[in-house]
Design a binder for this molecule. Structure first.
Ligand code: 2BA
Length: 107
């Protein structure tokens, strides 16, 4: 058995979780915070059989693809003078760890 930790953006967490649950995986979601950006992200935990790990990672990848989004940004040109312009930012993606499970116990 393996334990998968997938760190995804909060925006993708719902879709990843729903897709995994729909494919009969048991899922736990943790509200986490990235150490570098200090921004919220979501860690999804899945315990599954060894032969299902690749399928599980495929689902996570499909629902958290890296993409670019246009978001509004502002720049200050002078005291009290601001201009708004769109900037392209990359969002999504997943950081995944796969660990061996020594024991799985349900009481
Ligand atoms: P990613 O590498 O895609 O990482 C996204 C989030 O995944 C991280 O959020 C962290 O919560 C988790 N993570 C990634 N690698 C990990 C690991 N080896 N162990 C445990 N957790 C891990 P943040 O820490 O807020 O980082 C956000 C993004 O900032 C990273 O995206 C990376 O592009 C960049 N970054 C992270 N640390 C950096 C550093 N020391 N210097 C420069 N850029 C960094």
């Amino acid at each position: 058995m393996k334990l998968i930790f997938a760190i995804v953006s909060n925006d993708d967490a719902g879709d990843v979780s729903a897709a995994l649950t729909g494919a009969n995986y048991s899922v736990t979601r943790l509200a986490t915070t990235g150490g570098f950006l200090k921004a919220g992200n979501t860690t999804i935990i899945v315990g599954t059989d060894d032969d299902k790990v690749e399928h599980c990672i495929e689902i996570i990848g499909n629902e958290s693809k890296k993409r670019t989004e246009i978001v509004p940004s502002t720049a200050s040109y002078d005291i009290g003078r601001y201009a708004s312009f769109p900037v392209e930012v990359q969002v999504g993606g997943a950081v995944i760890f796969v660990l061996d499970v020594e024991q799985f116990i349900k009481l």
